[in-house]
Design a protein around this ligand. Structure first.
Ligand code: A2P
Length: 341
């Protein structure tokens, strides 16, 4: 691998959020070549500090001018679509590469949408903005792409079990507060602000807004984004469900291939897939669970089995840490590939 000696002025927009905090940890863990670090959030956070590599850094306000003033070369955006809409172009105009964690740019034709294990070739040196896919899509394509290469996918049906971290820090706090009220026998006084209903001890089959076709935007992201990343046009229908789990998403996936498949061959392929770990010994009660994946950078897959009726269909279960694999780690992996070009 070509080693890059250059180091960069890195900005994080939304540094104080769930993904922003994780970005800091991952940049430190992976010794990302940082010359200068600029932490950005809303005006509310000005005056606060965050730690990176044993040093405290002030949080600055996100403004149109800050990118040029601080000479930011790589800007990670993780503060929500509206903030990307408002500020990403200012970062680009000042010469920065924007790696955007929101949905704002993902489906724009001229913007690469990248999962480095799947379509690294879409990262180009002169890119101005590279979009980071939706969290549920990232872990799904980690599993689909290697199987597609071998057997050709015709159709995917996926049901998700998505952690509250997908709704940011406020989502996590809402679950924790509601669980505390449950243990204080006070669940009746619970108010839901982030989610449409009580999330503690409940499931909500509703993530993002409903569209005219009765699917949610989250469900349509899984179709549109996976086709764009994999450059393939298989069919896909999703049901996305919010579950009272703090930070790892799970997915039950049914895949129909163009060819006959066996569970053994799929296991072999997935064992060799980058950043995928197969845990599949049902007789020993071994399969992936949210607690397996939390705080890791891999997508875990198990329960791989053949369909009872159709030899072209496999069923499996995959889990990954939404904040890391589904957001921050993917973004840093994109940046690592980009600096190597
Ligand atoms: P702040 O902490 O100052 O509100 P999460 O996804 O965990 O909810 O985090 C959202 C992130 O987006 C936080 O860092 C938050 O900063 C940031 N953010 C929210 N509104 C703005 C804004 N108007 N300008 C810049 N950053 C913002």
């Amino acid at each position: 691998m070509k080693q890059s000696r250059k180091s960069y002025t890195v900005g994080i927009v939304g540094a104080s959020g769930a993904v922003g905090e994780e970005l800091l940890l991952i940049l430190e863990e992976r010794s990302f070549p940082i010359k200068k670090l600029i932490l950005l959030a809303s005006q509310r956070s000005v005056g606060k500090e965050m730690e990176f590599c044993g040093r405290k850094y002030p949080i600055l306000e996100t403004t149109p001018e800050v990118f040029a003033r601080e000479n930011i070369e790589i800007a990670f955006f993780s503060a929500g679509s509206n903030i990307s809409k408002q500020y990403a172009q200012h970062a680009v105009d000042s010469g920065a590469l924007v790696i955007d964690n929101t949905s704002f740019f993902r489906m724009q034709e001229d913007i690469p949408l990248v999962v480095p294990e799947v379509n690294p070739y879409d990262i180009v040196k002169n890119a101005k903005i590279i979009a980071n896919p939706n969290c549920s899509t990232i872990q799904m394509v980690h599993v689909l792409a290697p199987l597609h290469k071998e057997f050709g996918i015709e159709r995917v049906d996926v049901s998700t079990y998505q952690a509250v971290s997908g709704a940011g820090k406020r989502g996590m706090e809402e679950l924790i507060t509601q669980m505390q009220k449950f243990f204080a026998f006070d669940l009746n006084s619970v108010e839901s602000e982030v989610f449409q209903h009580r999330i503690a001890l409940n499931l909500i089959p509703h993530i993002d807004v409903f569209l005219d076709n009765d699917y949610t935007k989250e469900e349509m992201k899984m179709l549109n984004e996976s086709q764009k990343i994999m450059h393939a046009n298989f069919q896909l229908s999703a049901t996305c469900v919010r579950v009272p789990i703090l930070r790892s998403h799970s997915e039950a996936i049914t895949i129909r291939f163009k060819k006959k498949v066996s569970a053994d061959s799929a296991r072999d392929i997935l064992r060799n897939a980058e950043n995928v770990v197969v845990i599949d010994s049902p007789n020993e009660n071994c399969y992936p669970m949210p607690i397996t994946a939390t705080n890791t950078d891999s997508t875990f897959v198990g329960r791989i089995r053949e369909d009872n009726f159709d030899k072209r269909i496999l069923h499996l279960f995959c889990v990954a840490d939404q904040v890391r694999v589904g957001a921050a780690t993917n973004a840093v992996r994109i940046a690592e590939k980009w600096i190597q070009l």
